[in-house]
Design a binder for this molecule. Structure first.
Ligand code: 13P
Length: 266
């Protein structure tokens, strides 16, 4: 029996003005989807973290504030980068690590992703580690191999004393921003394989406690079916998180899935 609390993240990517980000945060906090039954984090652009954080604090919202990236060193000559202590100053409690847009557009390698993953966990923040295969890799039958390589390389040797502070986001690259979604069966299978990797890296209990969420064209219309799958513990939402009503509906789907089966299904 799992006690995993579902997790839904809104990855706003490089979108919104400061005013738009504050308005979206205010709208979400006004109908706060976060509760004991659901953890929800918002990931605005770095330059909007302060304003969004202040908005959430003013509303006494349970929504967590997250950053889309970080640099693993605490300070120094790293022009353009943002450290974890700087994020901590802004009350950031979660960080996305290894998002596919950083891996494939910016060219971030596995070893840098691993350093970030460890630094976030060591700092006591929640690490949302993103993994996923490209279309070419999928067509070559490499889906499981890529997911396993990315998960192992990021987590090898990483202490996980509190497994609730690791969230693994399975985001097939071909499904991101394309309107193509992995089938619920595909997501369930990839999640089960990732959980087996976690069990091998740590132990079965730890693997059972880590949330594994799905990302890639999740919308209000497909969220309930995806989240109803055993082992799919929520979602990381891009485009659909920019619309308050749609994002709230996706959060409701995650709560509904947990109510339906989450407390008793592996
Ligand atoms: P979309 O929901 O826009 O496909 O983006 C998914 C994603 O990359 C979340 O991190």
């Amino acid at each position: 029996m799992t006690t995993r609390r579902p997790f839904v993240g809104g990855n706003w990517k490089m979108n919104l003005t400061r005013e738009g980000a504050v308005a979206l945060a205010r709208a979400l906090a006004g109908d706060d989807p976060a509760s004991e039954a659901l953890e929800v984090a918002l990931f605005p652009a770095f330059v909007h973290l302060d304003a969004v954080g202040a908005t959430l604090a003013l509303a006494r919202s349970g929504l967590a504030l997250g950053a889309q990236d970080c640099y693993p060193e605490p300070d120094g000559a790293f022009t353009g980068e943002v450290s974890i202590p700087m994020l901590g100053d802004l009350s950031v409690s979660a960080v996305l690590v290894g998002h596919s847009e950083r891996r494939h557009i910016i060219g971030e390698p596995d070893d840098l992703v691993a350093r970030k993953c460890r630094a976030v966990l060591d700092a006591g923040l929640t690490c949302v580690l993103c993994v996923g295969e490209t279309l070419d890799e999928r067509q070559a039958g490499l889906t499981d191999a890529v997911n396993e390589r990315q998960a192992r390389s990021a987590l090898q040797g990483a202490d996980l004393d509190d497994p609730s502070r690791l969230v693994v986001a399975y985001e097939p690259v071909w499904a991101i921003g394309t309107g193509r979604t992995a089938t619920p069966e595909d997501a369930q299978e990839a999640h089960a394989r990732l959980r087996a990797v976690l069990s091998d890296l740590y132990d079965a209990d730890t693997a059972e406690s880590v949330r594994i969420i799905y990302g890639g064209s999740v919308k209000p219309g497909n969220a309930a079916e995806l989240f109803s799958r055993p082992g799919v513990d929520g979602g990381l939402i891009g485009g659909a998180s920019l619309d308050a009503r749609g994002f709230l509906d996706i959060c409701a789907a995650a709560r509904g899935a947990r109510a339906a089966h989450g407390a008793t299904t592996p």
